[in-house]
Design a protein around this ligand. Structure first.
Ligand code: NAI
Ligand code: MG
Length: 361
């Protein structure tokens, strides 16, 4: 049977960038004999318009059955005043929660042709290829107690950092598995010097390593030093694994080492299915970009690279993923630029579909 892929293009530029991905998926069927059974459905504002909910139950059920979900973006000004319970983002949050996507993969990769475009010194980032694994479903964003309470004659805001051994264990495993398919090196970041959850984090990551992944090189680093090292010498890292809060900040920081939001893919992985592959959701990091939606200006590369991650991590097609990434590297080297990639020197940007044309060619 063909691998199955559920495409949820969503709102704003979501359908525009996804349009280029479906052309590429078709190309793989014709030219590489790699055919996917693709289904399209709604998420976010467009799902609310049709069903009165940002994610229909039938769509949720299919997401749990397919081999991978590829999502564009959700949201837009039209939906900003909706009730919290039906906001477009709730569709995405429901997918993450019910698919139990606890491991969030954010690569920071530098395409040589864009090394000049970054704000950093070129030699620091040329050839950069690191992956941040962020724990996504626990930690201080979810821990109880939480809230704003009265205490004496003033208020106190409380959040709780909380990690169980099994939550740390499973995200550590996903980082070690990933490292084996890359540079075989993991750096775990926490603040074990000042946080009990950090002490447990370090202990469990070390234990998972010693018992099941002794072949992978493991180091530990305090997260504040990690932030400094990421900017000072990012190429020392391969895979970084860290908690929800530190991962949120470190992954945004690492992502910007290399340039535009229009270039950044992501993956979120959950527990393995019956066939041993993790449940998976792939999406660009950017949102629905209402300021440029409908104008053919959006950069489709973030979404295309998200599909490349799906090829590699859900479909065992690492070579085909590399083929796709090489095509992107080539068109960038040839000078193809959407508007978001235009530097100081100016020039004429190409459109979303022209970027798709160039990559297909
Ligand atoms: P955004 O990522 O949509 O846009 C930020 C800036 O980057 C804008 O100037 C936009 O034009 C530009 N940009 C983003 N993607 C681009 C691309 N592929 N090519 C060229 N330029 C690109 O973030 P913003 O403006 O904060 O949010 C807009 C809407 O998107 C909101 O409704 C927000 O809730 C939603 N959003 C959805 C996300 C998701 O679906 N995962 C993530 C972030 C925001
Ligand atoms: Mg963030």
């Amino acid at each position: 049977a063909n691998p199955t892929l559920l495409i949820l293009a969503g709102d704003g530029i979501g359908p525009e960038v996804m349009g280029q991905v479906t052309r590429i998926i078709d190309w793989f069927g014709v030219k590489r004999d790699l055919t996917f059974d693709v289904e399209h459905d709604l998420v976010g504002g467009c799902a609310y318009d049709k069903h009165g909910t940002p994610l229909h139950d039938d769509t949720m059920a299919r997401a749990l059955e397919v081999d991978a979900v590829l999502l564009g973006a959700v949201g837009g000004p039209k939906y900003d005043n909706l009730d919290f319970s039906v906001k477009p983002e709730r569709g995405l949050l429901r997918l993450r929660k019910e698919m139990d996507l606890f491991s969030n993969l954010r690569p920071a990769q530098c395409f040589d042709a864009l090394a000049d475009f970054s704000s950093l010194k070129k030699h620091l980032i040329a050839g950069l290829d690191i992956m941040i694994v962020r724990e996504l479903t626990s930690g201080v964003y979810f821990g109880e107690p939480r809230g704003i309470f009265e205490e004496g004659n003033e208020r106190v805001g409380i959040n709780t950092q909380r990690y169980t051994e099994s939550e740390i264990d499973r995200v550590a495993r996903s980082a070690f598995e990933l490292a084996r398919r890359r540079g075989n090196k993991v750096c775990s970041m926490e603040k074990a010097n000042v946080m009990e959850s950090g002490i447990l984090w370090r202990e469990v990551v070390q234990k998972v390593h010693d018992e099941d992944y002794p072949d992978v090189e493991l180091s530990h680093m305090y997260a504040d030093n990690g932030a400094m090292q990421l900017v000072r010498a990012p190429k020392q890292f391969d895979v970084i694994v860290t908690d929800n809060l530190f991962g949120d900040i470190l992954s945004d920081c690492a992502a910007m080492l290399t340039g535009s939001l229009g270039m950044l893919p992501s993956a979120s992985l959950g527990a393995p299915n019956a066939d041993g592959r993790p449940k998976a959701l792939y999406e660009p990091v950017h949102g629905s970009a209402p300021d440029i939606a409908g104008q053919g200006k959006a950069n489709p590369i973030a979404c295309i690279l998200s599909f490349a991650m799906a090829l590699r991590y859900s479909f065992d097609q690492g070579e085909e993923a590399a083929r796709l990434e090489a095509a992107i590297e080539k068109v960038l080297a040839d000078g193809a630029r959407t508007a978001d990639l235009m530097g100081e020197e100016g020039g004429t940007p190409i459109s979303t579909s022209e970027m798709g044309d160039a990559i297909l060619a």
